[in-house]
Design a protein around this ligand. Structure first.
Ligand SMILES: Nc1ncnc2c1ncn2[C@@H]1O[C@H](COP(=O)(O)OP(=O)(O)OP(=O)(O)O)[C@@H](O)[C@H]1O
Length: 231
């Protein structure tokens, strides 16, 4: 589904050219649960921005289902992004003045669905993340873990091809983190949702089935996670 070949990326800082991604070769198949780890500055965000169709200034090839979007227009890129990717962030990024229903229905409305049609689908997504009967609340009435559940519901409500989760447990305590990671694991296991997850936390990295380590923009390890069954 996702295929990066010889991808390099540079940032220009005044006169200096800084290489943030170095010769990345990476294939991610549909249904995989891939975790990306690496120290601060390793290039994790740059890599997922590229995979998630946020950024397309790179050298090399990124093909998604056999097609490159490197020269696509901004609107074509936004279209493929909205259709194909669900994003989950460290700080949830929910709209504070909107109800949970209004937050989660957004990707469906972007896709042209009416509010009436969207409502039962939103309710179902909220149920899937363990938050039934909360659609009329606003984000501030929920705990951090509950807000992250809402963000996951929003990420998957329109059935994207894959989910990118950037430090999704970074703002949560360890008990809540493991609850959130169980949701990702279940989604992957029962619905074959493809997940690309970035984390600093070695514990969190054990929920996926494959772990990639980035250092100075290069992949230095690509390994199977062995102790997954114990979680
Ligand atoms: N727009 C930019 N212009 C110039 N340099 C940048 C830009 N964005 C990121 N960088 C640099 O590229 C390097 C990698 O950044 P990136 O955010 O991809 O790393 P990261 O692994 O996600 O780090 P963190 O874990 O701290 O989020 C950093 O050294 C950063 O300073």
């Amino acid at each position: 589904m996702i295929e990066l070949t010889a991808v390099n990326k540079y940032y220009q800082n005044g006169e200096n050219k800084f290489q943030v991604l170095q010769d990345i070769n990476l294939k991610i198949a549909a249904g995989e649960f891939l975790t990306i780890m690496g120290p601060s500055g390793a290039g994790k965000t740059s890599l997922i921005n590229l995979i998630g169709f946020i950024d397309r200034s790179y050298l090399g090839s990124y093909k998604f289902n056999g097609q490159s979007y490197q020269t696509a227009s901004d609107s074509a890129l936004a279209h493929i992004r909205n259709q194909s990717v669900g994003f989950v962030f460290q700080n949830f990024k929910l709209i504070g003045n909107n109800t949970i229903l209004e937050n989660v229905e957004l990707p469906l409305l972007y896709g042209g669905m009416t509010k009436k049609k969207a409502k039962p689908i939103v309710e179902q997504a909220l149920e899937r993340v363990g938050l039934p009967n909360s659609s009329q609340k606003i984000p501030n009435e929920l705990s951090g873990g509950q807000q992250q559940r809402v963000a996951i519901a929003r990420a998957l409500v329109h059935r994207p091809k894959f989910i990118i989760a950037d430090e999704p447990t970074g703002a949560l305590d360890s008990k809540t983190s493991s609850e959130i990671m169980q949701i990702f694991k279940e989604l992957n296991r029962t619905e074959q949702t493809t997940i690309v997850l970035v984390t600093h936390d070695p514990q969190v990295s054990q929920y996926g089935e494959r772990l990639i380590k980035l250092l100075d923009g290069a992949i230095i390890a690509d390994e199977e996670v062995k102790h997954r069954a114990l979680l």
